[in-house]
Design a binder for this molecule. Structure first.
Ligand code: HBI
Ligand code: FE
Length: 292
């Protein structure tokens, strides 16, 4: 969830790498109930909408078990499959900390869960967004490799002042990515998978453009951090993501220099338009974007 994470001070109870104990025994029954409600609702809604890799991961990690998952239990299975573990953090952590965790196959998950009156949306990633939305995909070896390579790329990007480009790549794949399958479009992005309304909007609404993934195009496209996207990018396979990380990003950044951002509702002649959006939803909203 790429948000502004640089001005948060490290909480006293956090380690140098911003990790904290999950303190699973400390969750209240009300907090466990929030997880179970969200998990059952979303699992039902995602049948026929989420990609197979996600649904298989959800089952493999037994995340539908009632209540907030204990990371120690989930990690036994997760590390066996792809070497990843979940680590608990208080919330957003600084970019360099975040990338370092990913580069070492540690997924930083918010330890807190939203309150019952935030069931449909909250700005900061909580344990439901992070563990239900992101973690099942980490059981897929190809996606697991992509996420680690993304972390390694992020650490390099910081050095080149290219973080905003990488944040867009993260946003339009890891958070809001769609996958082309023989059965049709399926969701793999955590921001959609953990959102009841956007799971439907992203796959069925006539408003957004749905475009073929292109690395430079994505890096020139701002994103919305407080509303549905008006452009989604589709990869033909998860292997496409892994292939992207083999690219020479320095050459990509060089070609991007001087190229203006592309407003969210705009199409370029070279776009592979899978579905042409009506933009009715987007034009009704005045929303904040990462950059106009
Ligand atoms: N911290 N815990 C956490 N989760 C994120 O998704 C996250 C973060 N810090 C920074 C960040 N995401 C984004 O800026 C990434 O694009 C780097
Ligand atoms: Fe996220």
């Amino acid at each position: 969830m790429p948000l502004n994470s640089e001005n948060t001070a490290k909480p006293l109870n956090a380690q140098a790498d911003w990790t904290i104990d999950q303190s699973w025994a400390g969750y209240s029954s009300a907090e466990h109930r929030v997880w179970t409600t969200l998990c059952e609702r979303q699992t039902h809604l995602l049948q026929g909408r989420a990609c197979d890799q996600f649904l298989r991961g959800l089952e493999a990690l037994d995340l539908r078990r009632a209540g907030i998952p204990d990371f120690a239990r989930v990690n036994e299975e997760l590390i066996r499959r792809t070497g990843w573990t979940i680590v608990a953090v208080p919330g957003l952590v600084p970019d360099a900390v975040f990338f370092d965790h990913l580069a070492n196959r540690r997924f930083p998950a918010g330890q807190f869960i939203r309150s019952p009156d935030q069931m449909d949306y909250l700005q900061e990633p909580d344990i439901f967004h992070d563990v239900f939305g992101h973690v099942p995909m980490l059981t897929d070896p190809v996606f697991a490799d992509y996420m680690q390579a993304y972390g390694q790329g992020g650490l390099k990007a910081i050095g080149h002042g290219q973080l905003h480009n990488l944040a867009r790549l993260y946003w339009y794949t890891v958070e809001f990515g769609l996958l082309q399958t023989p059965q049709g479009l399926r969701i793999y992005g955590a921001g959609i998978l953990s959102s009841r309304a956007e799971s439907v909007f992203a796959t069925e609404d006539p408003s957004p453009n749905r475009l073929g993934f292109d690395l430079q195009r994505v890096m020139r496209t701002p994103y919305r951090i407080d509303n549905f996207q008006e452009a989604y990018f589709i990869v033909p396979s998860l292997q496409t993501l892994q292939d992207v990380t083999l690219r020479d990003f320095a050459a990509v950044y060089k070609r991007l220099e001087g190229q203006p951002d592309i407003p969210i509702d705009t199409l370029l002649p070279g776009d592979q338009v899978v579905t042409l959006g009506s933009q009715t939803y987007g034009h009704r909203q005045s929303v904040q974007t990462d950059r106009q």
